[in-house]
Design a protein around this ligand. Sequence first.
Ligand code: 26Q
Length: 798
Amino acid sequence: MQLTKEQFIRDFKDTLHEEQLVKVPAATPSELFTTLAKLIRKYYTSTWLDRNHALSDNKQKIAYYFSIEFLPGRMLETNLLNLGILDLVKEGFADLDVDFEAVKTAEHDMALGNGGLGRLAAAFMDSLATTGYPGFGNGLRYKYGLFKQRIVDGYQVELPDSWFGSIGNVWEVRKDHDIVQVKLFGNAYLQPNEEGKLVPVYDGAQVLNAVPYDVPQIGFENGVINNLRLWDVEIPEEYELNYPTIDALRTVRDITSTLYPDDSNFEGKQLRLVQEYFMTSAGLQTIIKSYLKQGLPLEQIHEKVSVHINDTHPAVAPAEFMRLLVDEYGLNWDAAWNATVQTMSYTNHTILSEALEKWDASLFKHVLPRVYQIVLEIDNRFVAEMANKGVDPAVIENTRIVKDDQIHMANLAIIGGHSVNGVAKLHTELLKEDTLHDFYTLYPEKFNNKTNGIVQRRWTQISAPELSKAIDETIGKEWRKDIHELRKLNDFVDDKAVLENFYQVKQEAKARLAAFIKESTGVEVSTEAIFDVQVKRLHAYKRQLLNVMHIVKLYNDLKDNPDKDMVPRVFIFGAKAAPGYHFAKSVIKIINELANLINNDESLQGKLKVVFLENYRVSLAEIIIPAADVSEQISLASKEASGTSNMKFMMTGAITLATLDGANIEIKDEVGDENIIIFGMDKDEVYRHYATHDYYSRGIYESNPVIRRVVDSFVNGTIPNIQNEGMEIYEALITHNDEYFLLEDFPAYVEAQERIDALYRDRQTWSRMALRNIANSDKFTSDDTITEYAEEIWKLKK
Ligand code: 26Q
């Protein structure tokens, strides 16, 4: 956009005076932030308005991305960058003597997501706008985002994330004219109408208002602004009298009160189902209304609309769409079904069976009586059609939607849509071969892969400014617009001066992180040490415990031999555990107690440090990731669908230490075997153990003295204050036969860590590996991922 620094400074002062009645030197960071946000809203408003009009006027096909989570983090800097005025604003602030960093920090992370899935949804919003495809987000406006994590006595404590704070969400706009009503509970039955035809009646329902708030999604320097629409719940005025008690009111408000903090374990809670239906129904109703304004026939809605189901959380969509088309708009079943299947598409994000959504039929019927009938009808027709085709009854039983008195949401999403995708090559292969194999035999054409991506602008230009400058100096600035230009860095892997420059850049990022660690934990770390980082949700399959076991081994080594020759290491963790996930919380406690033990043991001569950074979130990732030397991606092969932090680390020049899982495999393909450290079992070896039931962790424990000593240290007092937690770990590893094969992979992991130690000593080799990683990371831009979704699944035009 056209703006001079001088104009910006005038506008900024005017807005500050008008809105806050304060002058620049006296204003707080929070006042300055609000003012800046309001000002840039003014700058982009007309573009946003025009975009919304242009889309409906041109009758373009639009994709709607339905997701129960969106995790954008802070938006100020991205918005400025994408509007093309980030540098100008920073310079203007410098002239005004305002600390931009302090102002940016006043923005609370928008954390309406747990982790990878929510962050991916936010990345896709950015990339849809940046690539210029018409794509809107549809989700929930939670009052409280993912809980805030505090560590007290080494334990995780959860606090509410009141992200609206005193300033609210400065970016959103409430859209009263788009309010729709959503109905829950009540009774659904068939009744003859005047002509004697049986028609569905749905009465006694609770009626709620779904109120949309739109958050702009600004494309990178292209004048495009899309919407992320988040729904809030309100009670319609005419029904207010039906809510005589505070409790009755609260149950309604609960719908958009909090995000469920589990990311890998399904629990059939009624409120969750209500959340899922609420946002799905509201979104679909709006879509149909705005489509009909174009005067086109509903039977062809799929030509103008795509609805994407992000994991199964919005998977009630095909049934609700059928209800709307058939009951509310009078389409016949077959026409409605054809339109539905061609409209819907679905992404699977996990193969863990405990994460799959299955609702008790009785609960589903109670909450959504009419949708339940429609699900039964879809199921019946599916079974009949397959039987007709002569499909093996066992396959039908395995793929149908309603069985064992449960509604299988993934099955509904697959049957009710035209596309199913996994999120990395291996993951999609596993879906086809194993998890969804029967579906694959029925509908091979529906299956496709879309390897995840990340918003490169946030992870380089915004979070790694020194690195970005070094890239500019090496290959020019074009890469900031076209990330594929990064490949030119491959020409410099033997240029000693360039390698040294990139090495120094990493040291600067490490110094920033070291200062942050000192300030937030009091622990002093040296930037001469290897910064070895594992940041992600805490889950047994991600194997943070394997990392811990290795640290214990190093500790034991150093206690035996204080002169052990090793490059100093700082192990850095960040992880939230689901509040009800006992094992995960125990691992957090153990990491913290181990950190206490190690960081205070002077005999280790600073060779070993362990840091747990509390409240891991997007804005913390922006400080941690650019400072990593080693990226720990050590999930049990086959369990991590893709991973996305692995891509962020790669892009900022960390060396990946990984199993052959998820997108790690594709990282390896890009950088070559010599620029990544791979260890451990692959997916075939894991599956072989499952097939032959031959794994016996106690056998390993008894025969390997190093492992035995590590495992024993959880229960013999070596690590203080972990009596219960240590026993829990011991039992998981030995008594319960080590579900994620840590003991089997441990020797290979130790050996891989030793390779890291050796490689890091050779500064030039290490820097060359790092540069190769940066140079080939363009493969994981979400701009390209979304282009594949847009072209191959949604069939959109720019
Ligand atoms: C389901 C039902 C009830 C309550 C919560 C949930 C729930 C919520 C969130 C289930 C799963 C999630 C999130 C899953 C997730 O983040 N999966 C990750 O998705 C990333 C993006 O595709 C992948 O990179 C990761 O590998 C995958 O673990």
